[in-house]
Design a protein around this ligand. Structure first.
Ligand SMILES: [Zn+2]
Ligand SMILES: [Zn+2]
Length: 88
């Protein structure tokens, strides 16, 4: 039972459905075009999304108190806090 038939939020094609079989097989949702009886093949190119920043922890800090930070921050952090420690 679906609340609303989804539109593709990229190309605005209406009256799509969610591909439930695909979801059951893969755990992911994709749009299905019942008019064409095939998965919605979006003509709009995927806008490149900002890549989620990979978080990492400082290998030199106390494992109990250290906090995840981005790799970029970690570099700065190591330069600042662990200046004597050089990665091989
Ligand atoms: Zn689309
Ligand atoms: Zn550290």
């Amino acid at each position: 039972m679906w609340f609303n038939l989804p539109d593709c939020n990229k190309c605005k094609t209406p009256d799509l459905t969610w591909d439930q079989t695909y979801h059951e097989n893969t755990g992911q949702w994709r749009l299905y075009d019942p008019g064409k009886e095939q998965p919605h093949n979006c003509p709009v190119k995927e806008v490149s999304k900002p890549v989620p920043v990979k978080m990492t922890v400082c290998p030199k800090c106390n494992p109990l108190t250290r906090k995840p930070m981005s790799a970029k921050k970690l570099q700065d952090h190591i330069k600042k806090e662990h200046i004597d420690w050089v990665e091989e």
